[in-house]
Design a protein around this ligand. Structure first.
Ligand code: ACO
Length: 428
């Protein structure tokens, strides 16, 4: 017999089906709640709302588990490449060597962007934030591929739209960094793999040969894999809700970039680095004072806390080790790393942080690695977006494949009740 949940309202019992996921997570299907009872559920910030069922990413915040399509994030970060993970998220299985070769080849064939898109950069004032530029460029892509406005018409069209987006993203991200510096952009080179090509376009120069450093290529693969998906977070939910109106893929992803930009979400990686610099320069390294101010709600510790991880963020664990390794291999001695470690230790032994289950999140150490690699701080959230893109795209594809209902939450209205209209000359 299928499980049911009983709700008693106004002295009457109502039954609702219980749905169970493959990891035994349970949800009460309240789809008919309003029709049957006149009530809606109220869950500000969607803390307890399952907005969809999804077969892509499994996360258990209490146990610190993160898996893509059933594979542990620790294994993927250690043993696979970003393109393998892209394939896994998109198509559901790890690729064979031949499938991966074909997939990488497809990506290589679509890395160039239309020259008119390069001209779009000219309209941004110097110093424009890279995330604003990324949003604009991604939504502009829809103008260059009008057939992508409804890619659902055929599976081939859908796949081409996805491949184009994944292939052009590193080119656009690298151009943003180059334009920020006032340097000429570099065009993609087919001799490089996906990640090396991005590093070449970002750190290469027209004036000299460039060979990507294997240490940086390896670290970049890891960082991108760790960011690749995270089930129904703020930006992914945004992509899904925009996609649910049948908006095109490029517009939906641009909306995800907007959501990611916020400092409570992906924008936190930029904030972490600026916070560490502030602690070094203004607070004179006084970490205890910073923790005390955070407890007094005078400041937020960026890179701490997470909506779903209430034990530890497995990505942060991997990144802490990676950060030590990358800085050592690159011979970078960054005093900000010592401040970060001191801050983490001080916070982790403080009852305020212990009681609230606040642990370092993925953004806490990623910025230090990006900085060691040579990325300017305002680019950090763009790098997050580069990593998250395959997750967003896979979630969008899953949603459209299921032809999910349009996302349309309800509300509890708290404004004025009906009142008579007052003519303008009678208003006081
Ligand atoms: N520093 C200090 N106090 C904090 C922090 C923090 N970073 N995060 C949460 N708290 C406190 C809150 O003030 C609250 O205290 P209270 O119980 O006394 O009111 C309590 O911990 C619970 O916090 P909420 O804000 O209710 O937790 P929520 O799940 O809504 O928010 C969030 C999670 C947004 C990530 C929050 O922890 C935060 O703002 N952190 C800093 C920004 C950050 O690093 N964001 C990146 C998250 S990871 C990602 O998106 C990629």
């Amino acid at each position: 017999m299928s499980e049911k949940a009983t709700l008693n309202l106004d002295g009457k019992p109502y039954e609702f089906p219980v749905i169970t996921g493959t990891e035994n997570e349970k949800g009460i299907d309240i789809g008919k709640l309003r029709a049957q009872t006149g009530y809606v559920t109220f869950d500000e910030g969607y803390k307890n709302t399952g907005a969809t069922s999804s077969g892509i990413t499994f996360l258990n915040g209490e146990k610190g588990i993160l898996r893509y399509r059933g594979y542990a994030i620790e294994d993927l970060a250690e043993k696979s490449s970003f393109t393998e993970v892209m394939y896994l998220l998109l198509y559901g299985e790890l690729p064979t060597a031949e499938e991966l070769r074909k997939f990488e080849n497809q990506l290589t064939q679509h890395t160039l962007v239309h020259e008119d898109l390069v001209k779009v950069f000219e309209v941004f004032p110097t110093g424009s934030h890279p995330m604003g530029q990324l949003m604009t460029q991604l939504s502009a892509l829809s103008s260059f591929y009008p057939e992508s406005l409804n890619p659902q018409k055929s599976p081939d069209q859908l796949n081409l739209t996805i491949i184009r987006l994944l292939a052009k993203m590193p080119t656009i991200c690298a151009m943003i960094q180059k334009k920020g510096k006032g340097h000429p952009v570099l065009y993609p080179q087919n001799r490089f793999d996906y990640v090396s090509n991005f590093l070449y376009m970002t750190f290469g120069n027209v004036t000299e040969e460039y060979t990507p450093d294997p240490v940086i290529v390896d670290a970049m693969n890891k960082l991108l894999i760790l960011h690749a998906d995270h089930e129904q977070n703020c930006s992914t939910s945004t992509v899904r809700i925009v996609g649910s109106s049948h908006a095109n893929l490029y517009a939906s992803i641009a909306a995800g970039v907007a959501a990611l930009w916020g400092p409570r979400h992906g924008g936190a990686n930029q904030e972490v680095l600026e916070m560490l610099e502030h602690i070094r320069d203004i607070d004179k390294g006084d970490v205890k004072k910073v923790v005390a101010e955070a407890k007094d709600k005078k400041r937020l510790l960026f890179g701490f806390g997470h909506r779903v991880y209430k034990n530890f963020d497995p990505r942060a664990k991997i990144l802490k080790v990676a950060c030590d390794n990358v800085l050592a291999k690159l011979g970078v001695n960054d005093p900000l790393l010592a401040i970060a470690k001191e801050l983490e230790a001080a916070a982790l032994e403080d009852p305020y942080f212990i009681e609230r289950k606040l642990y370092p999140n993925v953004d806490f150490y990623s910025g230090l690695i990006y900085k060691a690699m040579g990325f300017p701080t305002p680019m950090f959230t763009v790098l997050f977006a580069l990593g998250r893109l395959p997750g967003w795209v896979s979630q969008w594809k899953e949603l459209r494949g299921k032809n999910e209902d349009i996302g349309r939450p309800r509300q509890i209205y708290t404004g004025p009740t009906l009142r008579p209209f007052v003519a303008i000359k009678e208003r006081k």
